[in-house]
Design a protein around this ligand. Structure first.
Ligand code: SF4
Length: 376
């Protein structure tokens, strides 16, 4: 089975008020120490083939492009591709991109870009506490194309305070007009402990209600599908041959190794998550030792429920025969009451040998998918 590699680069030029990722404001000395610790952690790992590499964060391009290039070469040597080439993705903040960055990226093997656009409407970008402009996003797409990046994706957020159906429509139109290969759309979530949580407590009316959120999500599905994007996962749309292979690895319940602070791995049925404490990570990785964190072994029906939950979020849904062969469980039989209930509600349907979410089911995916995890 193929392997995916995730690398967490946790530094950002500033901290967005809705974010609960493991991230810190960038400081040169700390970022250098982190890069060294990360390289030590990678070199201490067993060298083996891996099909995909993904840089997430944080803001990976808070690092200079030549540093990312060097890290990419190290990863490619340590985790050689089993095929002609890896898929290597990097998330970028558009305001930090400099002329010439992508030449370094392409030379090192990076072939997929995920741009944190979030919106093409300036007051919405400002409401998220971000400082880039829609014009910077357009320029980044142009630079990426000119440098030969094979696949360009943008992230959009809906249910932003102040957003309307009209303004969301403008963001979708802008993304489509740019001709990007892939679009991820995420509903804004209010995370515990963030400034947005406190804002939400003070002024709940500033945030979109469930009806508006559902309307905006429905608009994304309609508009992007009409423009030729396949809705291949609840939050993701791709032109033909531009699905994100790295994320598909997660959704197939495949194995992956995570490097860096807070990074998660899934191997041999065990999920491990590294510490979120930066200093603890730096000390452990720098010493070449194991990284403190948490481990959980998913076994039996719990493992099957999790796999069903992830698979249902994709357009392929749950392939019954494949699940039987891999987990020894007939999902239709084992979860018959859950399947029957959501089929009769019009949220799930059988398609050939598969169980998939209906269009209506995609709007209630968390409830439907979650029911397979809690079912005993
Ligand atoms: S740039 Fe991304 S990771 Fe950094 S603070 Fe903002 S949302 Fe969080």
């Amino acid at each position: 089975m193929q392997l995916g590699i995730y690398v967490h680069l946790p530094f950002c030029p500033y901290i967005c008020p809705y974010c609960d990722f493991a991230k810190w404001p960038v400081r040169r000395s700390r970022a250098s120490a982190y890069m060294q610790a990360l390289q030590a952690e990678i070199l201490a790992a067993h060298s083996e083939p891996a099909a995909t590499i993904f840089y997430g964060g944080g803001t990976p391009n808070a690092y200079d492009a030549y540093e990312i290039g060097a890290l990419t070469r190290l990863l490619r040597d340590h985790f050689p591709s089993p095929r002609a080439a890896h898929e290597i993705s990097i998330e970028v903040n558009p305001e930090l991109v400099r002329e010439g960055d992508f030449a370094h990226y392409v030379a090192s093997g990076i072939n997929r870009l995920s741009i944190g656009a979030q919106s093409f409407v300036e007051p919405e970008i400002a409401a998220l506490g971000r400082k880039h402009t829609p014009q910077q996003v357009e320029r980044v797409v142009e630079l990426a194309r000119a440098a030969g990046i094979a696949s360009v994706s943008i992230d959009l957020i809906f249910a932003i305070p102040g957003q309307t159906a009209g303004s969301w429509s403008r963001s979708l139109d802008s993304a489509i007009a740019l001709g990007v290969d892939h679009v991820s759309t995420y509903g804004l979530t209010i995370e515990a402990g963030t400034p947005f949580e406190r804002w939400h407590e003070r002024e709940p009316g500033a945030f979109a209600g469930d009806d508006l959120e559902a309307e905006l999500y429905g608009m994304a599905i309609d508009r992007l599908e009409r423009a030729g994007y396949e809705h291949y996962e609840i939050s993701n749309f791709a032109r033909p041959d531009h699905r994100c292979a790295h994320n598909e690895q997660y959704w197939r319940n495949g194995e992956y190794l995570g490097f860096g602070v807070s990074a998660a791995s899934y191997r041999g049925g065990e999920r491990r998550v590294h510490t979120r404490e930066l200093d603890v990570y730096l000390a452990a990785a720098g010493a070449g030792g194991p990284i403190p964190g948490e481990a959980e072994r998913l076994t039996g029906i719990k493992a099957v429920g999790e796999a069903v939950m992830i698979a249902l979020r994709t357009a392929q849904g749950v392939a019954l025969q494949e699940f039987k062969e891999r987990y020894g469980v007939d999902v239709a039989e084992r979860y018959a009451p859950v399947v029957a209930r959501y089929e009769s509600d019009g949220l799930l349907e059988r398609r050939d040998d598969r169980i998939v979410l209906t269009r209506r089911g995609r709007f209630l995916a968390n409830d439907v998918c979650g029911a397979f995890v809690t079912f005993e």
